[in-house]
Design a binder for this molecule. Sequence first.
Ligand code: GTP
Ligand code: MG
Length: 200
Amino acid sequence: MEIKKAEFVSSHTSLAKLPKTHLPEFAFIGRSNVGKSSLINMLCNKKSLAKTSSTPGKTQTINHFIINNEWYLVDLPGYGYARAPGNLRKLWSGFTFDYLIKRPNLICVMLLIDLRHKPQNTDMQFMEWLGINKIPFAIVFTKADKLTNALLKENVRKYLEELKNTWEELPTYFVTSSVKRTGRQELLSFFEKYSQRAIK
Ligand code: GTP
Ligand code: MG
């Protein structure tokens, strides 16, 4: 699939105000600064579609982008930056949880993880929370350009190893870099497959 058109639609902090639509959507989630907004821009070939910053906490609202007039990418605020893990609900705005639990056309949560760090409690807890709430998710490892190929492979292996402690079946995962445009086609194929399945 190719993205022919990508447009900003809206930015909200309450579920009631989000676009009323049956079109499928994929939401980007993860710790602040992991690269959610940058990845949306890379996928859409538009540098400033989603606002990015080197300072964590840039995205603070639910941002909808419509792609090819057929499906949505959603940029969410980051969680858990520089705060003690343990109580996700306190760390992260209630409206984001509300969105994840109640949005009927949310097809899959794309959970972004920076491969330079060891598995973090906040991410593990968040995955468990997704599992308990039966919200489908895939893992997107980010900033692959910051690691050598050997270290990248090793860190992916370690991460999957850690996941096996909790998960019987490992989630689908992608390795990406917004700088080198790594993983773009793989992600677009995934969106194509699942959005068409949802429309049928
Ligand atoms: P919040 O909105 O604060 O939650 O952050 P975010 O997850 O949207 O991160 P954002 O896309 O704003 O990127 C954070 C920083 O990481 C910026 O300085 C980006 O330039 C940088 N960055 C994002 N993706 C990549 C990547 O693939 N490679 C490298 N080297 N830097 C990246
Ligand atoms: Mg952001």
